[in-house]
Design a protein around this ligand. Sequence first.
Ligand code: PLP
Length: 357
Amino acid sequence: MNVKSQLSTLKAYTPGKTTDEVKREYQLDKIVKLASNENPYSCSPNVLKAISQTDTLAIYPDGAAVKLKEAVAEHLEIDQAKLIFSSGLDELIQIISRAVLIPESNTVMASETFSQYRHHAIIEGAEAREIPLREGVHDLDKMAAVIDENTKLVWICNPNNPTGTYVPKQELIDFLDKVPNDVLVVVDEAYYEYVTINDYPQTIPLLDEYENLLVMRTFSKAYGLAGIRVGYGVANPALINKLDVVRLPFNTSTLAQTAAIAALEDPEFIEECVIINTNELQKYYQFFDQQKISYYPSQTNFIFLRLNESSIENMFQQLLEKGWIVRKFPNGIRITVGTEQENEELLNVLKEVIPKI
Ligand SMILES: *Cc1c(COP(=O)(O)O)cnc(C)c1O
């Protein structure tokens, strides 16, 4: 079959072992999966109520997501024309890549960062210029330095997945001032709600000044709606109009739109989850400090442990055999912050595991 030759260099996304697979393989009764940065407290009860009252599944969803657009525009205090919705940010990454990248062009991103930026660049036949993180943080000077006349797109994951680190406000502004204004800069704010630090950039107000800026947010993480698939982009209306050409007509479902609106109506749910998350992160920090395990301070609902190759394999495997699924990367292990009880249990398990790695 004549598929694009570059597809042979890529693999379909593998989410890791499922809970059932691990249960069977290690004969365990209980598995805790802290591998995908989902909200351990699920979602607002508002959402479950709203979707259970939906009675219109036989007809197509509102392709323009009019009501959701109104709700998000009000939430962000912006013009509705600045919004595009997608079936999660994964789809928005695909839409942007498809709209912007051509063969021979390039896109600049960090490494390690969210894997889908590179994935879609390669599918479009573009080059992915990956600039290593500096102490876990985007190296914006180096990223600016590799931009050339073929650069169409820059990805900044802020806070970054998998490290949980962030680019401070002034650094982002200095970078935006350096980037040519025909190069699109996408800031992926999937963990926006969890950020507590003061000098984190508020990007929505920057959109008027930088027409080449696009901000991405999602309902999958703090809002606890990963299973229903809805996210959005915010940018200047001319760019949004172009991206809408690429977007599939009915890309967000009726249930997804209903769920997202209901989620926005319960800000207290998010506030509570964020308070607990911030507290729980402190417990992890304290523990890893005691254990002399190096980590990056996190502005998200996960924590990244900096380990050598053999420790990574060792810790991952021992946790798996005890029923704990985390995520491994070339330079460390990422643990999603669970419920208070899950974290307490995990810290007890880690007490046994760490001396053996
Ligand atoms: C989880 C995640 C996404 C994808 O989120 P969906 O909206 O569920 O597709 C995008 N970017 C980052 C950095 C993420 O961690």
